[in-house]
Write a protein that binds this ligand. Sequence first.
Ligand code: SF4
Length: 237
Amino acid sequence: MPEKDKNSQEGPDVRGNLIKVNVGGDTIFVDSNQYKPQVEHAKKLKQQHRKPKNPKPQEWISEEYSKHKIADYKPFNFVDGEGVRCSLYVSGCLFDCPGCYNLAAQNFNYGRPYTQELEDKIIEDMSQSYVQGLTLLGGEPFLNTWVCLKLINRVRKEFGHTKDIWSWSGYTWDELQKETPDKKEMLSKIDILVDGRFMDDLKDLTLQFRGSSNQRIIDVQKSLKAKKVVIWDKLVR
Ligand code: SF4
């Protein structure tokens, strides 16, 4: 069998640090460190066009997924809602939004268990007069309802409505109306819901407390009373 001609091989011809590639009929040499085979490029494009998951009503049951774990706890911060806040980041989310700001917290096993000691610490931190409220985010708070309801009930017991409670969720307001009793109970006990998946193609970093323009800052108590979405009256943008 004749020896195969080195120059007739399929795929890129590699010479030192250079790779020979065919671009529109012309042969050029490019730096191998910068060469991205088409398959990788196609994968990247597919990734960019991927959409978050859309569960059917009551498809995801919190207690079937939640491991009652916490990705992080940040006391006294200014970014997770209005005023000074204590923020609890729960572990686990199934929405799988491309461009998710907290990939690690999508894993239900990530982080450490929610403990009574942590809860007591959050209550102690929140008792400072300059703390406006509690923020629940993640991960997905509504897929960790056991943890969130335990903490919400404690906050209401200790502080009544003198502190407010904000929660982020990948679920929209309308989806939560058709959800399981635990999710509806949690919704009924909070003040503000920032709703909806993060949509990379609607990303807007100038928005207050949201990453993409489909997300809304909803006044939960007013909305429940009016039986329609009422946007937070302090919304600027
Ligand atoms: S809903 Fe939030 S935490 Fe969940 S994947 Fe989307 S951006 Fe990430």
